[in-house]
Design a protein around this ligand. Structure first.
Ligand code: ZN
Length: 475
């Protein structure tokens, strides 16, 4: 297997090579942008989903599933929404050879599938809040170059949709979603910024949108999730009303929270290196791989010890792979480094005789420990590995941003730029032309690093109401 392209100088080539070499995806399916999930990639995806489900359900959300096909009549009810998605939807127009009376949209997102039914489910203030989510595939006809996970036409998608009694409760739900995302990002060891999108870039039909963005080297960023507040923008056209305690009829306020398989691509892109993928423990298809090192003088002692290790760790609840195949150990190390396994355990003659284990984590740190402390030592090393991965990512994150004090400084940016922005749309577009990218918006929280006071708007030099904003080249 040839070396991977250089991650620093040929990032996209490196990314495309690594997701295939590590068997996370098979993009040889004969439709562009639709990829196969092979066994190893599917295992990572199931771990990914498990974290999302755990964290969202901890906030009082429940799983549902709605149909993939949406009638045109429902899809068209919210005008901004249909305008925003019109160019991206797949249509189903025939059943067999018969033209359908009502054309059907293959869901690009599920507002318009769910909300006519929410109108039937929500009757009284006692039905609120309604917090439900689904993990399904959605379809968007991407016209830009497709890339596995980062930009697909069939997307693995988590979407939460909620109905709240009023605007404050909906704002509270947005906050709760952000807390859930913080815990998901912690599990995946991914630092990110929550950024309020400018008016012209919010979700079609939303009151406001918060993008969850990560830097991906040079001036690039990737949106890995979104949280939206809809106010009554959808509940009015879809008639989602309830009777309040005082007998009055009110429209619900709604929120949504979306995360896609892009987040998996982000994990590969942020943590991966020249040897391949680096999975945080929670995502790894195998947390530990155990490799016996055959030795003629040791008989089958290394194999027996490796078998015991794998069995004990499995009983301890770890995802373990015992690689006792015929290949030489070097080839096995290579494969499991490429696949991003956090911890590799080896047992040769010396270890088998001394009842010890040699360990190497995916960041290359070596150690050994007595076999009788196996479970404890493995737990400790995996915890330490995740901490180190988080710190390494945080360091790269901090160095990914650079302040720009003028529009001309934006040209040829090699970092994500922080700029002063007055909030004016014309200034926003001038900034976007300057960086040849997008004004992502204004960070929701104080920046997690020291940047000093904000200067005047880089476009108009006004100082009134100026805030830090983020400009980048989104992927
Ligand atoms: Zn301005």
């Amino acid at each position: 297997m040839p070396d991977l392209p250089d991650k620093r100088t040929a990032f996209i080539d490196w990314y495309l090579a690594v997701v295939e070499a590590a068997d996370l995806t098979d993009k040889r399916y004969p439709v562009k942008g639709l990829n196969v999930w092979p066994v190893y990639g599917m295992a990572a995806r199931r771990n990914f989903d498990r974290v999302l489900v755990r964290e969202i359900e901890a906030t009082g959300s429940h799983a549902v599933e709605f149909p993939a096909l949406i009638p045109e009549t429902e899809f068209a009810k919210e005008k901004e929404h249909i305008k925003g998605f019109d160019a991206q939807v797949y249509w189903v127009t025939k059943g067999g050879s018969t033209d359908l009376d009502t054309k059907l949209v293959l869901r690009p997102t599920s507002e318009t599938a769910m909300y006519p039914v929410f109108a039937l489910w929500v009757r009284s203030h006692r039905d609120l809040p309604l917090n439900v989510y689904q993990i399904v595939n959605v379809f968007r006809y991407e016209t830009k170059t497709t890339r596995p996970f980062l930009r697909d036409r069939e997307i693995h998608f988590f979407e939460e949709h909620t109905c709240q009694a009023n605007e404050d409760h909906a704002t509270e739900r947005v906050r709760s979603n952000r807390g859930a995302f913080e815990r998901m990002a912690h599990a995946f060891a991914l630092p990110y910024l929550a950024i309020r999108r400018p008016e012209w870039d919010k979700f079609p039909g939303a009151y406001y949108s918060i993008g969850l963005d990560i830097p991906l080297g040079e001036a690039r960023t990737l949106q890995i999730g979104t949280v939206h507040h809809y106010r009554e923008n959808f509940s009015r056209p879809y008639g989602i009303q309830y009777e309040d305690a005082d007998g009055s009829q009110k429209f619900v306020h709604q929120t949504t929270f979306g995360i896609s398989g892009r987040l998996l691509g982000a994990v590969v892109a942020v943590h991966g290196d020249q040897k391949g993928v680096v999975f945080p423990t929670e995502l790894a298809p195998y947390e530990v791989v155990v490799i016996p090192i055959p030795n003629a003088a040791a008989g089958d002692a290394p194999e027996r010890a490796a078998g015991e290790i794998a069995e004990r760790l499995r009983r301890h609840g770890r995802r373990v792979h015992l690689d006792d195949g015929e290949e030489r150990p070097g080839a096995k190390y290579f494969r499991w480094e490429l696949g991003g396994v956090p911890l590799r355990l080896e047992v040769g003659r010396r270890e088998a005789e001394g009842r010890t284990v040699s360990a190497t984590d995916r960041l290359g740190r070596k150690s050994s420990f007595p076999l009788d402390r196996l479970e404890h030592e493995v737990d400790q090393r995996l915890g330490e590995f995740d901490r180190a991965l988080r710190e390494r990512a945080a360091e790269v994150f901090r160095t990914s941003f650079e302040v720009a004090r003028s529009i001309t400084e934006l040209a040829g940016s090699t970092r994500v730029r922080l700029i002063g922005w007055c909030g004016d749309e014309a200034c926003g577009h001038a900034i976007e032309r300057g960086i040849d990218g997008a004004l992502l918006g204004t960070p929701e929280d104080p920046l997690p690093f020291e940047v000093g006071p904000v200067g005047p708007c880089v476009a108009c030099a006004k100082t009134d109401g100026v805030r830090w904003a983020v400009a980048s080249q989104p992927m």
